[in-house]
Ligand binder design. Structure first.
Ligand code: ADP
Ligand code: ZN
Ligand code: ZN
Length: 768
């Protein structure tokens, strides 16, 4: 395993330099004439906010390879960096060059292709290259700790465990199941992570089994897992088969397919089929999913069909576990990686298929720091690997839909639900003159009662957590403004706080008005907490499960709740958009949307797209089992054209119409944008910097790039800082980037940059 990378020194480096992006032909030529053959200089990436690599001298006798970590002096403290290139002379005065202190890895962690991909991403998003490359490593490695290659750690049955299994007596059934699973691993044991994924909601039982010493720790040897399990899927429908055939025809070359299939149409079956074929060919598969909450179910389904070669990477894994998984897929010991956004950077052996599930999902875009789109990078990665990429969604993003409609992507459609269930009936409930109880109108309450009485489940969807979005004084009109933002603090009853969802500031709920002292404070509006309290009283005979970020903060609690939903009969589910995503609950026959109006009249041109996606996704939870589903959308705008279009003809018709409007207005996806954000202690400074940028850009022949702004951000003050925006837009991507390329150098050189924080967001998805 250690020798996977050929020891390739000395090599004619100048050839590579000639081929590389920023080639300086003349210097390369000089170098090849005069240089000695051994590389003397390493170009190193360090996690600093600087748009460049740093040169270090390689001490004589030290073997340094690109892709390996090194310890280098930097300022006052040594840092862990990654060697990106070797060269035989430095870009600066060789006398001033510092030397590498030590080499951390005997063999490279990143291959040249990985480094090239990461550098491409850094260039495209104009983010400091060292931060991008270091972020591709698991945290423990970023911090400079030694690699721990697989063998993974596992559990094996002890003698005491065997006895328990033979005479289980009154053992808790979950513990017996766990012992059985461990026993199935035999002497070699079972991987800890696999065991935990198999019993996602049973942390307590796992702990009990461990504490009773029925299992013992073993090291599992680093063997490749058998790639395929024996379970085969249902025979594909003709539409599924067509999609599979079309994508498999592109095996071995770059090709983008949009798998545009209504919820429950069997997209996941298509992924499984494609993945198993790829595995048989000896390829690896990268599957990106939006949220962790989806992975327990999905991972189990993938494992069942493709075997233990399926590995999961997500943020709630322990760091060393992440590292173990990272090595396994990097070395090709495991062949399927199921992961969230950042997995797109994980090195993989023989990548042969990339899948992005729910490609429209906003969580693929990182909105802080390195602001990349994992969906877009997945396409680039597939292109560089020369393999097909599948974008799957019931509500494709306008970007993807545009390319599918124009023929640039293959447009594969699944219009029927696979298991035969029909599309739910959707209706608008006009609440303009309805009295509401905790946000619910009587007709909706009646429907809920019917569904519960029939032994079925209902989802009530409200995309606002907490008890109420505002607390107000009826005496003087005081409202719970956040002291740091142009926003209100939300009332949370569970911990009795007022809490700003934008900056996180909290305070205890006052008993009397902070302004006039009256004991006349009242919540305004509804959040999920309030809805839960109301429904728990109203339908006290039925279990009620709330799913939102507050209710699932504790580790494992979401998994427990999801499992509970699958296992109970009649029940009420209350939640935010966490409930909308991907879940498959056959018992749900009614979905009520309490407040659909938020997205209708927003300043952000993408708000309607997002709202339509959300509504269609929530609606998709209804009627996936034997009973038909119904969806009730409460609204004060029952005549709004978007809502009508969605209800009558569904998402795709709506999207096609909205795309025409975008094209006419010259908005994305028919143009390309970047957002330059500036924030400072006062607005004038933030604006002044952006004014200077505008002036500088206007001086250069920046043809065809429109500059909008600077303008105050939609939320002017956030976390105590004032924010201004400059939007850059062009019909052609290359024109836009020609201007962006200069900004990282320009901004720090401007006098007005002092005391102003700025960031550049390429292809921004929200303009806040
Ligand atoms: P999606 O990913 O599009 O939401 P799934 O792949 O999860 O859809 O399929 C929805 C349901 O239909 C699942 O219960 C799945 O087992 C079932 N299903 C999918 N394809 C078929 C098929 N060809 N025959 C029978 N059932 C299928
Ligand atoms: Zn008051
Ligand atoms: Zn705030």
């Amino acid at each position: 395993m250690q020798t996977r990378f050929p020891q390739s020194y000395p090599q004619p480096l100048w050839k590579d330099r000639l081929r590389s992006d920023r080639v300086n032909v003349r210097r390369a030529w000089r170098r090849c004439c005069y240089s000695r053959r051994m590389p003397r200089v390493a170009r190193v990436a360090v996690a600093k906010p600087l748009h460049r690599l740093f040169d270090y001298a390689i001490p004589p006798g030290m073997a340094v390879q690109p892709g390996a970590r090194v310890r280098v002096p930097f300022g006052r403290t040594p840092l862990t960096g990654v060697v990106v290139e070797l060269d035989d002379s430095a870009d600066c005065d060789p006398g001033r060059l510092k030397s590498i202190e030590s080499v951390a890895d005997a063999s490279p962690l990143l291959e040249p292709a990985d480094l090239a991909f990461q550098r491409w991403a850094a260039t495209y998003y104009h983010h400091p290259v060292g931060e991008v490359i270091l972020a591709a490593l698991p945290l423990v490695l970023r911090k400079g700790e030694p690699v721990r290659l697989p063998g993974a750690e596992g559990w094996r049955l002890t003698e005491a465990g065997r006895q328990q299994l033979e005479a289980p007596g009154r053992r808790a059934p979950r513990q017996v199941e766990i012992l059985q699973a461990v026993a199935a691993g035999g002497e070699g044991g079972i991987d800890r992570q696999i065991l935990r994924d198999r019993f996602p909601a049973s942390a307590a039982a796992l702990r009990a089994v461990r504490q009773a010493a029925w299992v013992e720790s073993v090291e599992i040897p680093a063997v490749a897992e058998r790639a395929l399990a024996d379970v085969s899927g249902p025979p594909l429908t003709p539409a599924q088969q067509e999609a599979v055939d079309a994508i498999e025809a592109a095996t071995g070359r770059f090709h983008v397919a949009l798998l545009d299939g209504v919820t429950g149409s069997g997209k996941t079956e298509v992924y499984l089929q494609l993945a198993s074929t790829a595995l048989r060919r000896g390829h690896s598969v990268l599957l990106l999913v939006p949220e962790i909450s989806l992975t327990p179910q999905l991972a189990a389904r993938f494992r069942q069909r493709l075997g233990d070669t399926v590995r999961v990477l997500h943020s709630s894994l322990a760091e060393r576990e992440r590292e173990a998984t990272w090595h396994r897929v990097r070395l090709g010991l495991s062949r399927v990686l199921l992961g969230t956004r950042s997995s797109v950077f994980t090195p993989m052996t023989d990548l042969g298929l990339v899948i992005v599930d729910e490609e429209h999902d906003g969580s693929f875009k990182q909105t802080e720091g390195f602001r990349y789109s994992a969906r877009d990078l997945a396409i680039v990665r597939a292109q560089r690997a020369g393999c097909p990429v599948v974008l799957g969604s019931a509500t494709p993003s306008f970007e993807s839909l545009r390319h599918a409609l124009s023929g640039r992507y293959a447009h594969l459609r699944l219009d029927q639900r696979a298991a035969g269930a029909s599309r739910p009936r959707i209706e608008l409930l006009d609440i303009r003159d309805q009295p509401l109880q905790s946000g619910m109108a009587q007709p909706l309450l009646d429907r809920v009662a019917q569904v519960l009485a029939a032994g079925q489940q209902a989802i009530l969807f409200l995309n606002r957590r907490g008890f109420a979005p505002v607390l107000t004084c009826f005496g003087c009109g005081w409202i719970s403004d956040c002291p740091h933002c142009d926003a209100r603090q939300t009332l949370h009853r569970h911990n009795d706080t007022l809490w700003c969802h934008h900056c996180g500031s909290q305070r205890r709920v006052p008993r009397t008005c902070p302004s006039c002292g009256a004991a006349d404070l009242h919540p305004l509006g509804q959040g999920t907490e309030q809805l839960e309290a109301f429904l728990a009283e109203r339908f006290s005979d039925y279990p009620l499960i709330r799913v939102d970020r507050d209710a699932t903060a504790r580790k494992g609690s979401l998994e427990r709740k999801l499992q509970q939903i699958r296992q109970t009969g009649a029940a009420l589910l209350v939640g935010t958009q966490m409930l909308a995503k991907g879940h498959d609950w056959p018992g749900v026959t009614l979905v009520g949307v309490l407040d659909a109006d938020g997205g209708l009249y927003s300043a952000d041109f993408r708000a309607t797209e997002r709202m339509a996606q959300l509504l269609e996704q929530v609606a998709g939870r209804a009627g996936r089992g034997d009973h038909p589903g119904q969806v009730v959308i409460q609204t004060r705008f029952p005549d709004h054209p978007l809502l009508r279009e969605l209800v009558r003809r569904g998402y795709r018709a709506f999207a096609c119409e909205a795309l025409e409007e975008r094209e006419a207005a010259g908005l994305p996806p028919y143009s390309f944008q970047a957002l330059l954000r500036a924030e400072a202690r006062d607005m004038a400074r933030a604006q002044a910097l952006l004014d200077d940028v505008v002036a500088a850009v206007r001086q250069s022949p920046a043809a065809e790039v429109e500059l909008w702004g600077p303008v105050p951000a939609p939320m002017v003050r956030r976390a105590g800082r004032f924010r201004a925006h400059l939007l850059l837009q062009a019909r052609r991507r290359d024109r836009l980037h020609a201007v962006l390329d200069g900004l990282p150098q320009l901004l720090p050189s401007l006098a007005t940059a002092k005391g102003v924080r700025w960031s550049l967001d390429v292809d921004p998805v929200d303009l806040y």
